[in-house]
Design a protein around this ligand. Sequence first.
Ligand code: AP5
Ligand code: MG
Length: 220
Amino acid sequence: MPNGIRVIMLGRQGAGKGTQCRRLADHYGVPHISTGEMLRAAVRQDSVVGRAVKAVLDAGKLVDDAMMISLVQGRIGQEDARVAGYLLDGFPRTVAQAESFDEITAARPVTVVVDLVVERDLVLDRLSARRTCENCEANYVSTGNDPNPWTCDSCGGAVRQRADDTPEAINRRLDLYDSQTAPLVDYYRSRNKLVAVDGLGTPDEVFARLQRAVETARNA
Ligand code: AP5
Ligand code: MG
């Protein structure tokens, strides 16, 4: 994508942020920066960050703002993001993170903030049925009659339920979304950055809507 399109993808858990950001990243040639994936990779590697955040992640709580801001600042400073831009999935998630991000990106502000809208009662089924490759994070849907063992079609990794896709952690994550992240919709709307996109329909239909929203913002 020429001239660095920089996109923040908001949307509650299960709205399809990861699913759609992967497709948009392929389509536009920009890195998909998912803070959840970065944290889960740190846990798998058993790094200092991973050891610090594992229990927080598994419980569906939020990692502290300072750690997240520093993680994202480091990532968007890498060459691929500086050259091409980025699709930011899972950050910011609190007003404090958004305010810091505005400061960090003052010279190169985001092009558009997309709110991928799916109501709370509709994401529960999606999250309960989600199975994820532990290696490449490809998503699969459980039918109740799943292969055992289940290996990823793309990379051969083990396909399992995410540790935070238990009913208790899902509900905690959705509550935190409503209290901590939903206020960002108004935050960005008041700054004329927000576009709401309907997240219902097939992944292809949602992708087409997102593409139109990105193109409109890019040409504005
Ligand atoms: P993160 O990894 O960001 O998880 P999340 O916010 O809980 O969001 P999800 O990944 O569950 O939802 P998604 O919208 O990506 O849905 P998906 O595309 O998979 O964060 C994990 C944790 O990390 C947090 O809880 C927190 O602890 C920590 N963290 C991360 N960032 C942080 C931050 N900034 N500050 C503090 N802590 C942070 O889709 C879901 C399912 O639906 C899939 O099975 C998919 O196949 C299916 N699906 C997708 N689209 C459709 C469709 N159109 N129709 C039907 N099904 C669909
Ligand atoms: Mg995700």
